[in-house]
Ligand binder design. Structure first.
Ligand code: HSE
Length: 460
């Protein structure tokens, strides 16, 4: 072959290759969904209903071609006509045609295996699984980076609120100082009903379960586990630290009574269950517990199942993100936003993508997480004290010996124990360690019945 003929052949080959690549980039992106419950069905519906808008944004259509589900015969809340259904989720992560896997089965064991397998097969992953990211995110992101794929998880925190993107990209110019989130709709619903209608905890919890707000295991909601998963993720992207679920201090709302809710109101506060993360000189506070927050604060007015996250950045000041934290369409909104992001990045160099945890993987910081004992706070404490001379004096003596000064003290309604009254104290700021000692000594007094309840006041 002459030199000219060889060059012409090479040119034709290049043109064919480029046409094929271009053609591939015009074809719909193929998605396999693992799990077709509330969020899975919502995702199929949103992709269908907003197909044109989504295609205009992503540059390519997004087609759900495969779905794995437990029971093929069960009636679903979405149209599955053109979707291949299977009861084997591994068949989907191993299906060569699929570009992106959406993991919506929940849990941490099988979900971890499936996601790692999808990554090893070079597929991008979108997940709404907060527990999976909180427990195994460090391993998953390392694998994703190795294989040059994206693992997107907007729907894992605060349902429809685009909080991951906001912190990771919108606030990228800031040093984040702290963030506080009402990020469990079930707890917020229970506390709101207790506050607004004087209802009891147990009764409202059972209603929240019937309304479908609660997790399969509602103790994940009311004992703070769900918030701890979400806070682990938020803190990591806010401060550029690895995911450290085991270091989060976690307390739920089981001990909060109708009385506490109404005392809070009288003292100018609301009780909210918060995930709170703050940068301090000694390290990072990472805590989940019920809080007294001032009625003046916007977060105090986030009611019902709604979620909100307040973030303080050094440049921007405070910004507040509010919206539906759960539900089919709100959560699907986040899943689909992630799918659009993945489609847009299909053609970008993997080194130049937004890092999974907001900061470059080799630039994560080793700042320690502080123990709760080292945290300083104002406290509300409530106890049942025998209604006779000297009992309160003993309590205040203990506080004074430990240098805990009081901002307010109230002797309230009669307690459940005969001849006892509820005594409520609001302290000034004090290290938790000192308060623990005080509570231990107060509980040992003969004039005090049962345990002392403590709620931390968070000043936002
Ligand atoms: N059980 C969770 C809630 C659902 O109540 O907020 C969303 O993560």
């Amino acid at each position: 072959m002459t030199k000219i003929a060889a060059e012409a052949q090479q040119q034709t080959h290049k043109q064919t290759q480029s046409a094929q690549t271009k053609d591939k980039h015009l074809q719909p992106v193929k998605v396999g969904i693992l799990g077709l419950g509330t969020v899975g069905s919502g995702t199929v519906n949103v992709l269908h209903n907003n197909r044109d808008e989504i295609t205009r944004r992503a540059g390519r259509a997004i087609d759900v071609t495969h779905v794995a589900l437990r029971d093929i015969k069960k009636k679903r809340d979405c149209n599955t006509q053109n979707i291949e259904l299977s009861t084997d989720p591994f068949s989907i992560v191993n299906q060569p045609d699929i570009d992106v896997v959406v993991e919506l089965i929940g849990g941490t064991d099988i979900a971890r295996e499936l996601v790692l397998q999808a990554i090893a097969n070079g597929k991008h992953v979108v997940t709404a699984n907060k527990a999976l990211i909180a427990h195994h995110g460090n391993e998953i992101f390392a694998q994703a980076q190795k294989h040059g794929v994206v693992v997107a998880f907007e729907a894992a925190v605060a349902g429809g609120i685009p909080i991951i993107k906001s912190i990771r990209e919108g606030l990228a110019g800031n040093r984040i100082e702290w963030l506080a989130g009402i990020i469990n709709g079930t707890c917020n619903y229970i506390l709101t009903q207790m506050q607004q209608y004087g209802r009891d905890f147990a009764e409202v919890l059972s209603e929240a379960q019937k309304l479908g707000y609660a997790e399969a295991d509602p103790s994940f909601d009311i004992d703070g586990v769900d918030v701890a998963h979400k806070l682990t993720i938020l803190a990591s992207i806010a401060f550029g630290i690895p995911l450290q679920y085991n270091k989060v201090y976690v307390e739920g709302i089981r001990n909060i009574t109708q009385l506490d809710v109404s005392y809070a109101e009288q003292l100018g506060y609301r009780i909210k269950h918060l995930g709170f993360a703050r940068r301090q000189a000694q390290g990072i506070e990472l805590r989940v517990h019920p809080c007294f927050i001032s009625q003046q604060c916007l977060l105090a007015h986030v009611d019902g199942v709604m979620n909100a996250v307040l973030v303080e950045g050094d440049a921007v000041g405070q910004t507040l993100y509010y919206g539906a934290g759960a539900g089919a369409n709100p959560t699907a909104s986040s899943v689909v936003a992630d799918l659009v992001e993945v489609v847009r990045t299909l053609t970008t160099d993997s080194e130049n993508r937004v890092p999974h945890l907001a900061f470059q993987a080799d630039a994560l910081s080793t700042t320690p997480i502080m123990s709760i004992e080292a945290v300083e706070s104002v406290y509300y404490i409530r106890m049942q004290a025998r209604d006779e001379a000297g009992v309160l004096a003993e309590v205040t003596q203990i506080l004074s010996e430990l240098n805990i000064s009081m901002e307010a003290i109230l002797q309230k309604d009669r307690a459940e124990h005969a001849n006892h009254v509820h005594v409520v104290i609001l302290t000034h700021k004090v290290p938790e360690k000192h308060l623990n000692t005080a509570i231990e000594r107060i509980e040992a007094l003969p004039g005090i019945a049962e345990n002392v309840l403590r709620v931390r006041v968070v000043d936002l």
